[in-house]
Design a protein around this ligand. Structure first.
Ligand code: MCU
Length: 421
């Protein structure tokens, strides 16, 4: 086992993508003692057992409730979604705390730039962070400007009319290496032993940003028109935020790779087929993106009662478009295509397949965005943030460059897609 781990670490080092510079945004208020604002698990709204016996090398059918009953209605899906939320928090993501009793916001604008300082917590213990906003020069629509929240810094083009918020998620929960587990503003509030992974802490921060926008009309941002994006590690995080915060109106993970819009089982399969891809066993050695508990499952991922097609499916029917780059085998390109093909069935079941886009190309550096991709991206922005309902958003494509690994979705998707009523 030890030598396998070492081998994977060496492989990871050889194939690791360049690390981005970490932006510094936000003010940090630290406090020595830890505070548990809530010890009660989030209510699932339906029966959610804590242990589900399971063993499946194919992707688990997302349309089955924990008690084995099929999901046939949108109401049953709402229950299934809450079960998936609990399962993912329990197995890999850690506990997402609810809105704390205190959320206040201070807004300061100068020209097209503004700071939104958010203070949140409970009596006796609060933390603050300050996302920045750059406003469009166009007139605001009724209800305020739409906004795209960029994790750390923006790596995609944004059309006119949309404000850009830069969110220092890496300060909310650090991602320097495993020694940064439990470090950051979130953990100053909830304690360094909180089970929440960095990605859950980031999502919690997105929720507090939307809370703040809701109580700050002077910011002139429409809290119902919030997109979230990020690339690579931050792309994984953007997808988590879209999954766990239903007020996110548009989710745009860019080159999220393993742990993002890929499935654990398919990344393992891809690795077993000879590609060197990041998989669960390696990802938990890099950064605290997942909870410490996930360490217990990474060698037995066939026992997970979900996979990331279900995580993405938590976003449905809200829109999501993810981008992938086959130039980097490490991103697990076969897994991304397979996983998003599986996730797509969830939007199909709701009758809105055009709300789920996936575009996989392979001709550019990691986290760059070639201009020919603007068409699909702007279609999603136009339709879902800029109120142009007739724009076509049916984009689901791959270049199929999976380093020679033959693959058909039917190998993994063994369910009939229901029409949810
Ligand atoms: C694709 O995201 C990560 C990847 O999971 C890591 O293995 C690698 O070290 O860094 C990538 C990244 O965030 O690049 C900026």
């Amino acid at each position: 086992l030890q030598s396998t781990v070492l081998g994977l670490v060496i492989a990871a080092t050889a194939f690791a993508l360049p690390s981005k510079g970490r932006g510094t945004v936000g003010q940090r208020t630290t406090s020595p003692s830890s505070l548990r604002l809530s010890v009660l698990p989030r209510q699932a709204g339906c029966d959610t057992p804590s242990y589900i016996p399971f063993n499946e090398t194919q992707l688990p059918n997302p349309f089955v409730l924990n008690n084995g009953a099929p999901v046939t209605t949108l109401t049953e899906w709402a229950c299934r979604r809450s079960q998936i939320s609990s399962l993912i928090q329990g197995y890999e993501a850690g506990y997402l705390p609810p809105r704390p009793p205190i959320v206040t916001a201070q807004f300061a604008r100068s020209g097209t730039n503004a700071n939104l300082t958010i203070t949140t917590g409970a009596l006796g213990k609060t933390v603050s962070f300050t996302p920045t906003i750059v406003y469009p020069t166009t007139a605001a629509p009724a209800g305020g400007y739409p906004v795209v929240i960029a994790y750390d810094f923006l790596t995609i083009p944004v059309p006119d009319g949309i404000a850009i918020m830069t969110y220092g998620n890496s300060e909310m929960a650090e991602q320097n290496d495993l020694s940064s587990r439990g470090q950051g503003i979130f953990y100053d509030l909830y304690g360094s032993n909180a089970t929440a992974s960095a990605m859950i802490a980031w999502a919690w921060g997105v929720s507090r940003i939307i809370d703040a926008l809701e109580i700050t009309p002077s910011a002139n941002i429409n809290p119902a028109k919030v997109a979230v994006t990020g690339c690579s590690r931050d792309g994984k995080g953007a997808m988590m935020a879209g999954a766990f915060e239903p007020r996110v109106a548009l989710t745009i993970p860019q080159e999220s790779g393993s742990g993002g819009d890929t499935c654990w089982r398919l990344s393992k399969y891809e690795q077993d087929m000879g590609d060197v891809v990041q998989q669960a066993t390696e990802i938990v050695t890099e950064d605290p993106w997942f909870s410490a508990n996930f360490d217990n499952w990474v060698y037995n991922i066939s026992q997970l009662p979900y996979d990331h097609h279900s995580l993405a499916g938590m976003i449905a029917p809200r829109p999501m478009i993810s981008y992938e780059n086959t130039a980097f085998e490490w991103l697990s390109p076969l897994s991304a295509y397979g996983c998003m093909t599986a996730a797509h069935t969830i939007w199909e079941a709701m009758g809105v397949p055009e709300n789920h886009g996936f575009v996989q190309v392979g001709d550019h550096p990691h986290c760059e965005f070639p201009t020919y991709l603007n068409e699909s991206l702007f279609a999603f922005f136009d339709k879902f943030l800029l109120d142009e309902p007739n724009v076509n958003t049916s984009y689901f494509s791959t270049n199929g460059q999976f380093n020679g690994t033959a693959w058909v979705p039917q190998d993994w998707i063994n369910w009939e897609t229901p029409t949810l009523t």
